[in-house]
Design a protein around this ligand. Structure first.
Ligand SMILES: [Zn+2]
Length: 124
């Protein structure tokens, strides 16, 4: 276990929410132990070759993560349709370029994800 996802549940995504259910998102509150009092997960960047993955309400390491290495997760593996799509510059050879959410991935791109949150699999 690396980082717990804390916050309030909201129905609509914003650029600062994390999707945890088919129609459920978590919004960070300023009661955490990260910068500005927000929980650490709010600051975790996307990576097309991530080192952590969401399991329920917890981020867990997918491999050994050395001290000082930035924690990243694949936003396309948790978000259905992102409120704020963006151009990725993660420098991975597997970089998908534009990150918009699982909804926008091709069948092949979906199959190439290392892990997909179960809440996305039931959505069409
Ligand atoms: Zn990328």
């Amino acid at each position: 276990m690396v980082v717990a996802v804390t916050g309030v549940e909201v129905a609509m995504p914003t650029r600062y929410t994390l999707q945890v259910g088919a129609r459920l998102h978590v919004e960070a509150q300023q009661d955490g132990d990260g910068p500005d009092g927000y929980p650490v997960w709010r600051f975790m960047n996307h990576g097309c070759e991530p080192n952590v993955v969401l399991r329920g309400r917890t981020f867990v390491a997918m491999r050994f993560v050395p001290a000082g290495e930035e924690l990243t997760f694949d936003y396309d593996s948790t978000e259905w349709d992102m409120a704020s799509p963006f151009r990725c510059h993660c420098s991975s050879p597997f970089c998908r370029g534009t990150i918009r959410g699982y909804r926008h991935l091709s069948v092949v791109a979906r199959q190439q994800l290392k892990q997909v949150a179960p809440h996305l699999l039931g959505l069409a």
